[in-house]
Design a protein around this ligand. Structure first.
Ligand code: UDP
Length: 235
């Protein structure tokens, strides 16, 4: 059995917290954490898209912006967009798009802003979880929630929800980071982004492990959303 520095079992996620309605001025917002990794997401819209030539008369447009805040990492991160943040914004957009139905809002944009307050690996997946809740909180028509986490590997053993120490583990075959996003209650994946090496049978096993992990994440997301519905109704 694989031994993790944190003492977690191979299929054990870090402790999760989730809260909806954390930014009063946004149309929807949420915060989600995996251990030391904390993501906050805010949704604005649907609102008219400018410049006009970017509008789609047949549907609204989903636009995601992800970034790490300067103080979120141990070596201060230079503020402003980077190649990495552009890539993560794009894959997050692709991970969320299949469940978002904004066809009834032509010429508009739904802006999703994701900021990482504290980073210890798995920031794109924590961001996707927060954004999915924030979209639901904003009342955007959705076919389901997206639940996301990353699988890693220590030698030949798969481990769920890698932290930074585990993500940097480079013995044997080198570091492996396999972020996965899934539509709740379905077998449909919206993100499979393998960085590193993995044998085909381990990819299959990763997807099996994702079933349980995504189910646990979904439960946390659902209870956070229910809390706001059952609360004072405030958005
Ligand atoms: N990281 C960092 N500085 C950076 C970018 C990343 O310290 O400029 C750290 C941070 O802890 C992040 C981790 O490296 O969570 C892994 O980054 P990666 O690009 O693999 O994405 P993530 O796992 O966060 O989705």
């Amino acid at each position: 059995m694989v031994k993790r520095i944190s003492g977690r079992k191979a299929d054990e996620l870090r402790e999760m917290t989730a809260k909806v309605g954390v930014i009063p001025n946004a149309d929807g917002s949420a915060i989600f954490s995996f251990g030391e990794t904390i993501a906050i997401a805010a949704v604005y819209g649907p609102r008219q898209l400018h410049p006009q030539h970017m509008q789609d008369p047949s549907s609204g447009i989903l636009r995601v912006n992800y970034d790490l805040l300067s103080f979120s990492v141990s070596d201060r991160k230079r503020p402003g967009p980077s190649r990495r943040s552009r890539e993560i914004s794009k894959v997050t957009e692709m991970a969320l798009k299949p469940v978002v139905d904004i066809s009834e809002f032509p010429n508009t944009v739904v802006d999703v802003q994701i900021y990482i307050i504290q980073a210890d690996a798995g920031t794109r997946t924590a961001g996707i979880n927060a954004a999915s809740m924030a979209l639901a909180h904003a009342g955007i028509p959705m076919k389901g929630l997206i639940s996301s986490f990353a699988i890693g590997k220590i030698d030949k053993d798969l481990i769920v929800d890698v932290d930074k120490y585990e993500e940097d583990y480079k013995e044997g075959e080198g570091a492996t980071d396999f972020p996965i996003a899934k539509i709740s209650g379905t077998e449909n994946y919206t993100l499979l982004q393998l960085d590193g090496k993995m044998q085909p049978e381990l990819v299959k096993k990763s997807l099996d492990m994702a079933d349980k992990a995504c189910e646990e994440i979904y439960e946390i997301q659902k209870s956070a959303l229910k809390e706001i519905i059952n609360g004072d109704g405030e958005k």
